[in-house]
Design a protein around this ligand. Structure first.
Ligand SMILES: NC(=O)c1ccc[n+]([C@@H]2O[C@H](COP(=O)([O-])OP(=O)(O)OC[C@H]3O[C@@H](n4cnc5c(N)ncnc54)[C@H](O)[C@@H]3O)[C@@H](O)[C@H]2O)c1
Ligand SMILES: CC(C)(O)[C@@H](O)C(=O)O
Ligand SMILES: [Mg+2]
Ligand SMILES: [Mg+2]
Length: 351
């Protein structure tokens, strides 16, 4: 494993150079990888493995949209696509990619098929870390590990097709066969990771739940909404407020941050903008840090996982979720965004 310096701290990292696809194929050549669940991560991971020459099958409920999607994606019923129990029976490595709440209900069935020497693979530390809430306690004679792509399964697949790779973390919870390390890294490479960084189940789930509720998804929407509302209340038009809050960030400035860091993005803006940003960022940090402390605490005490389990296990959770998503979609800010997106030259049919 390579040791790399991340801002002064040395960490273990696996690169594709050190662990090429050919090595992953060799490690997995006698395995049947059963991807259970075909929602968001399932397709990304299963298709990337398929294209990488891994013996992968999909387990999904028949008569579901996800089953039809798997067929449309090239998985063949009776050959590479099976009902969940049959895939569990056939798989030597079980990639447990149902939603975290659904994993609880299916766990007794999964457990039944975890015969000695098999491996149980997750893409989140949730089920194992919060096992008092989930009841997921694997038998001692199977390997248990995770590869957690740091991004959407949709991006995992898109970046793979572009010849790029989303980075993932990996962790081993249980090494029953003595081969857990090579198995998990081979899987990480096979699902299309650009590189893999080491963590443990608890750290993966604490950081992941914090990140998605925080800057990656929750906080960003909150900050967008706050700025947009202030601009609108001061008489700015929706197009001006949206452009100054969202569109410029996603289209112009974040690509610069992604390319070369925040200071470089700042350096490519006016000295006026730089002065203002340098003066104000610490104020925003001070204002939001207590909320991030509250959030981390809510994750660490199990409140966030319990809430997710309780709400996502309800029969009508999809209907309620859709209503909340529609509230966002139908808000003035995101409706303005729809028009702004349609005006991007690449979205217009003009020469
Ligand atoms: N969504 C992502 O991009 C992403 C990113 C990183 C990690 N993860 C992790 O990957 C895992 C899978 O997440 P996901 O977002 O792909 O899941 P998902 O919510 O898309 O659901 C996956 C599948 O579960 C099936 N399912 C739901 N309830 C079921 C039930 N009761 N019985 C049988 N099947 C059922 C659905 O049909 C679907 O095919 C989770 O542990 C998640 O935290 C997800
Ligand atoms: C894609 C995310 C937000 O990184 C993932 O953690 C998820 O739960 O979907
Ligand atoms: Mg997550
Ligand atoms: Mg995540």
């Amino acid at each position: 494993m390579a040791q790399l310096n991340f801002g002064g701290t040395v960490e273990n990292v696996v690169t594709r150079e050190e662990f090429p696809l050919s090595k992953a194929q060799e490690v997995l050549k006698n395995e049947t990888v059963a991807v259970i669940g075909y929602g968001v991560q399932g397709p990304g991971q299963a298709l990337n493995q398929k294209d990488n020459g891994i013996n992968v099958i999909v387990g999904q409920r028949k008569n579901s949209k996800s089953w039809d999607k798997a067929v449309a994606d090239g998985f063949v019923p009776g050959e590479t696509l099976f009902e969940i129990e049959e895939a569990l029976e056939r798989g030597t490595i079980i990639c447990y990619l149902l939603s975290d709440a659904a994993q609880i209900a299916l766990w007794p069935t999964v457990k039944k098929h975890l015969t000695p020497g098999k491996a149980l693979y997750f893409s989140h530390g949730f089920g194992i870390t919060f096992n008092e809430q989930t009841g997921i306690i694997p038998p001692a004679d199977v390997d248990v590990f995770l590869v957690a792509p740091k991004g959407s399964g949709t991006s995992l697949r898109r970046m793979f097709l572009q010849g790029r790779g989303l980075n993932s973390s990996f962790a081993i919870f249980q090494d029953a066969t003595g081969k857990a390390q090579e198995r998990v890294i081979a899987l990480g490479i096979a699902v299309g990771s650009g590189y893999l960084f080491e963590t443990n189940f608890k750290k993966e789930v604490y950081s992941d739940l914090t990140g998605e509720r925080g800057t990656l998804m929750g906080a960003i929407q909150g900050i967008f909404a706050a700025q947009y509302e202030v601009l609108r209340s001061k008489g700015h038009s929706p197009s001006e407020a949206f452009n100054e809050t969202v569109e410029e960030l996603t289209q112009s400035l974040m690509p610069l941050v992604a390319e070369n860091g925040m200071d470089w993005m700042y350096a490519n803006c006016s000295t006026t903008a730089q002065r203002g940003a340098l003066d104000w960022w610490k104020k925003f940090k001070t204002a939001t840090q207590p909320v991030f402390e509250e959030l981390y605490n809510s994750v660490a005490t199990g409140q966030e996982s319990q809430r997710s389990i309780d709400l996502n296990s309800q029969d009508d959770y999809r209907v309620k979720l859709e209503a909340e998503l529609a509230e966002l979609r139908d808000s003035e800010m995101w409706q303005a965004g729809k028009t702004v997106r349609s005006l991007r030259p690449e979205n217009q049919n003009v020469d």
